[in-house]
Design a protein around this ligand. Structure first.
Ligand code: 5GP
Ligand code: ZN
Length: 117
């Protein structure tokens, strides 16, 4: 269930090409695509191809791939010409996590408030 494809996982289906997405970047270990319900002018999700339920689980199991996700988040920001942006890992339903396949949100192109609420 972890480390490869997980049946029924939406983001594993995007990795497999079984659910369409607007791809932004791909690497051997990651896929970046536009969020279907954007919360900012740039709202891109960066995910590992392997399945882990959240970012901390990914980092514990496969730290090199967690680093790849972070590096790709920065590459997305550069491609989108964002000088200020936010990388978010919602973890747990109380924090708004709805898809339990690790993903970084890259948000930018507008002012971002802190604290986020
Ligand atoms: P979470 O709430 O788990 O941190 O983030 C999940 C994100 O996935 C949400 O921002 C949601 O809009 C996005 N999302 C959900 N379903 C799809 C989909 O089918 N395609 C794309 N591109 N994004 C999706
Ligand atoms: Zn998955």
């Amino acid at each position: 269930a972890e480390g490869t494809h997980m049946d029924g996982c939406l983001f594993c289906k995007i990795v497999a090409g079984d659910v369409p997405a607007t791809l932004v970047r791909e690497t051997e270990s990651t896929v970046a695509f536009r969020d279907i319900n954007p919360q900012a002018p740039t709202h891109v999700l960066v995910i590992p191809r392997v399945h882990h339920p959240d970012a901390a689980s990914l980092a514990a199991a496969e730290p090199e791939i967690a680093a790849d996700v972070l590096r790709e988040a920065g590459e997305v920001a550069k491609e989108e010409k964002l000088d200020s942006y936010r990388i978010v890992f919602n973890t747990g339903s109380g924090a708004g996590q709805t898809v339990f396949h690790a993903h970084a949100h890259v948000l930018g192109g507008r002012g971002l408030q802190w604290p986020p609420g």
